[in-house]
Design a protein around this ligand. Structure first.
Ligand code: ATP
Ligand code: MG
Ligand code: MG
Ligand code: MG
Length: 462
């Protein structure tokens, strides 16, 4: 018999029909007359209840059905009398694919802590919580492509191995040629990590933006969506060493067009998730964050506040609030400052613009004051910075000036400067950290919990 996914069982026309389901057992309970098994197959956060009439099955047959085991059941779908479920399956036939020794299977309890599950990252997708998070993550990824594709943006793949440090922060991972099964050794017998990429020093990309600009100044509007790497040894709940970034880049856009796009984009993604992943979001709200749905709808219904960095700093200075890090004009804002503006002062998302050039990257367009650049950071409740972007400096001489001022090795940048040498155009773009968006939409508070395999300074095992 053909398998039906659990998510497709809740259709009225299936009532009374024979169905076949396959999945992993969450729990089993009951007595000698009847046994109830909660089964999940990953297609939805909902489990389906399988009812075993013990006059038709033996104890021996059901013995292998423990938490974590995998089974196939044929039976009749009926309306359920039980609380919290609309349908259940009366089992006729049972096949066990794989057992899960209760002594060894780590996911026994109903409510493991997120910290415990981080230690079991290889199995945690089998929990309701991580199933929900990963499905929301997948829906958001689809929404991102859909948004840009429908707007006529082209998806551009930028290289992961590069020789330039886009953000100028020096936080890159070097690429070496290594055979993990046969590590090269120095004469002293130590592992030799000094090998490079076929004779050239290269690193894993921190951002696809510079290459994205090459795409935008040819195709008009592009977006990237790929992994980025940052060797920042910051153990915060918002930073990963490997994270996914979405970077749209648009020719003929100024900073206002850029802000409009960022706001429309992020609202589209949230609204798509609410429409297509509501069960999962509600499950997460119920278990972790009761105000989640309300917060998501609030962001959709309200315009983001737009103000300059200088105005933002003034508000922070005059707030009388005691921050851990000092605020003054010229300081890079920390998430406590960003969250204060969003959560305490304006009580909605904020777009801050026109930052001091010293705290922003070399490629941002200089304002007429000579001190600030046309940068924009989108700040969100619970998160702080979720998007960083800018209008780009399109003037060849000014850009060259910045490159020299910052002592960026010219030999690495000739290809980038060519976009300004030949047919330069005004353009702008931004980067959204995918995991920060997933954090916001799932209501989770630690970025390690919204990516299947978190890479942090103390976790690169599997
Ligand atoms: P932050 O101030 O939080 O360190 P950033 O200003 O260094 O972020 P950008 O270089 O502006 O980050 O990158 C664009 C976006 O990528 C950020 O707005 C954020 O959403 C995301 N991002 C940056 N660094 C990380 C990281 N280490 N882990 C996860 N997401 C990140
Ligand atoms: Mg940073
Ligand atoms: Mg920042
Ligand atoms: Mg930034």
């Amino acid at each position: 018999m053909k398998r039906t996914k659990i998510i497709d069982l809740f259709r009225p026309e299936l009532i009374g029909q024979e169905v076949c389901v396959m999945g992993w057992v969450r729990t089993r309970r009951g007595n000698k007359h009847v046994q109830f098994v909660a089964l999940n197959d990953g297609s939805t956060v909902k489990n389906v209840q399988i009812v075993f009439d013990m006059s038709q099955f033996t104890d021996e047959q059901l013995k292998p059905i423990t938490t974590g085991s995998s089974i196939k059941v044929d039976g009749v779908l009926v309306e359920s009398m039980g609380k919290g479920q609309s349908v259940e399956i009366q089992a006729r036939e049972l096949e066990v694919f794989g057992t899960a020794d209760p002594e060894a299977y780590p996911l026994q309890k109903k409510g493991h802590t997120l910290e415990f599950l981080r230690e079991k990252a290889h199995l945690r997708p089998r929990t309701n919580t991580f199933g929900a998070i990963l499905r929301v993550r997948s829906a958001l990824a689809f929404a991102i492509h859909k948004f840009f594709q429908e707007k006529g943006f082209f998806y551009l793949n930028t290289p992961l191995i590069t020789a330039s440090d886009c953000e100028g922060a020096g936080a890159m991972f070097q690429v070496t040629t290594l055979n993990l099964n046969n590590l090269p050794k120095t004469e002293e017998g130590q592992v030799d990590y000094s090998l490079d990429f076929f004779g050239k020093p290269t690193a894993l990309t921190v951002s696809g933006q510079l290459e994205g600009e090459l795409g935008a100044t040819a195709l008009g509007a592009i977006y990237t969506f790929g992994p980025t790497f940052r060797a920042e040894n910051s153990n915060t709940p918002r930073h990963l060493s490997e994270f996914w970034m979405i970077e749209p880049e648009m020719a003929f856009y100024d900073i206002t067009d850029n802000m409009d796009l960022a706001e429309e984009f992020i609202k589209y993604c949230i609204s798509y998730a609410l429409e297509h992943s509501l069960d999962d979001i509600q499950f997460l709200a119920e278990h972790y964050d009761p105000e989640l749905v309300e917060r998501l709808r609030f962001v959709l219904d309200n315009e983001f506040v737009r103000l300059s960095y200088s105005e933002g700093v003034k508000i922070l200075e005059e707030s009388g609030h005691k921050f851990e890090f000092p605020v003054y004009w010229g300081a890079d804002l920390q998430s406590e400052h960003e969250r204060y503006l969003v959560e305490e002062h304006f009580k909605r998302p904020v777009i801050l613009t026109d930052y001091p050039k010293e705290i922003k990257a070399f490629y941002m367009k200089l304002n007429d004051d000579g001190k600030t650049v046309r940068a924009m950071d989108v700040l969100f409740p619970k998160i702080g910075e979720i998007i960083g972007g800018s209008e780009r400096e399109e003037n060849y001489d000014k850009l060259l000036g910045r490159i020299e001022e910052l002592d960026i090795p010219m030999k690495d940048m000739w290809w980038y400067l060519d976009t300004r040498r030949f047919g330069t155009v005004p353009h702008a773009g931004f980067g959204l950290g995918f995991e920060r968006l997933v954090l916001f939409v799932t209501g989770m508070t630690n970025i390690r919990d919204v990516i299947p395999f978190p890479r942090t300074p103390n976790n690169a095992e599997f």
